[in-house]
Structure formats: C-alpha cells, structure tokens
Design a protein. Structure first.
Length: 91
C-alpha cells in the first residue's frame, strides 16, 4: 500500500487562487525568494578554493543546487507554477 496521497478531482480556479493568494503562501513565497536571491548572489570568494579545483566545483554545484531548489519552491507557490503542476498531474 502506498503512502502517497492522490487527488481524486482537480482543484478549481477559485481553490488555486485561494491557495496562491493566501497571506501565508505569499509570505512563504517571499521568504523562498529571499533565500534564493541570497544564494544566487553569493560572492565568488566565498566558495573559491585556490589550488583545489574539485572543492571549488563542489561548492559551485552546491550553490547552484540551492538556487534551483528555492526556484522550484517559488514556482510552486505562484499561481502559474501551481497551474502547470496541476496540468501535469491530471494528464
């Protein structure tokens, strides 16, 4: 038996709007955008390791992963992103 919750019906436009325009969702989206932007604006000196190319590459990959993750969160908390996910989910 799977622990995955499956929706039986597609949420209506009103429900999606209620979710994406909820003050808590808006506040969380702002926090996610702030985290994403701070990670994206990391100074190169913070992750550059002179003479250690592998460590520098690992740090760059880590920063990129953090930015990408927060970007996904921001997208899912927006009306357009949520609509895209619902379209994909209910194909």
């Amino acid at each position: 038996m799977s622990n995955v919750l499956r929706l039986k019906s597609r949420p209506g436009p009103e429900q999606l709007l209620e979710w994406t325009e909820n003050p808590v969702t808006i506040a969380f989206r702002a926090v996610a955008e702030d985290y994403r932007d701070r990670a994206a604006s990391t100074d190169v000196d913070d992750f550059y390791h002179r003479g250690e190319a592998m460590k520098t590459q690992e740090m760059i990959a880590g920063i990129v992963a953090v930015v990408d993750t927060w970007d996904i969160v921001v997208k899912l908390l927006s009306k357009e992103g949520m609509q895209e996910e619902m379209d994909e989910y209910f194909k």
